[in-house]
Design a protein around this ligand. Structure first.
Ligand code: THU
Length: 142
């Protein structure tokens, strides 16, 4: 599937997942839709906690749900986010995966081939490889 079609498929599912975000502290809703190489999509949303530290990002929710189902091979993830009142994220408005989520993705996903698909609150889209997002990522063993 080409990048445009992948975005058309996964980005609406990521926005749908964002509706389940539990964000009483930040108010920033993030949704993810993780596609396995076999064609299954796992949703994820951010889940915050009153102690802050235990909060979980949408991307990791999706990866951990998928891995808990026995999945290990992934093709792409769509990630979207905005504040509950519609305000976009800072910078250029894309909800880029945080450093921790990039490292978690790198555990299972190829830096050359795995695609991170983004849409901001203004409807602009962007596709990046994992390697573009996490250059020189830590690798313990090949
Ligand atoms: N968040 C994500 O879900 N994914 C990221 O990659 C970055 C940040 C969440 C964490 C927190 O619930 C909210 O966004 C504000 O930081």
């Amino acid at each position: 599937m080409d990048r445009e079609k992948l975005m058309d498929t996964l980005i609406p599912q990521a926005w749908e997942a964002a509706k389940n975000a539990y964000v009483p502290y930040s108010g920033f809703r993030v949704g993810a839709a993780l596609l396995t190489k076999s064609g299954v999509v796992y949703p994820g949303c951010n889940i915050e906690n009153s102690a802050y530290g235990p909060s979980n990002c949408a991307e990791r929710t999706a990866v951990f749900s998928a891995v808990a189902r026995g999945e290990r091979e992934f093709a792409a993830i769509a990630v979207v986010g905005k504040f509950a009142d519609g305000t976009p994220a800072g910078g250029d408005g894309f909800a880029y995966p945080c450093g921790v989520c990039r490292q978690v993705l790198a555990e299972f996903c190829s830096p050359e081939d795995f695609l991170v698909l983004l849409e901001n609150a203004q409807g602009e889209r962007k596709a990046l490889t994992l390697g573009e997002l996490l250059p020189y990522g830590f690798v313990l063993r090949d």
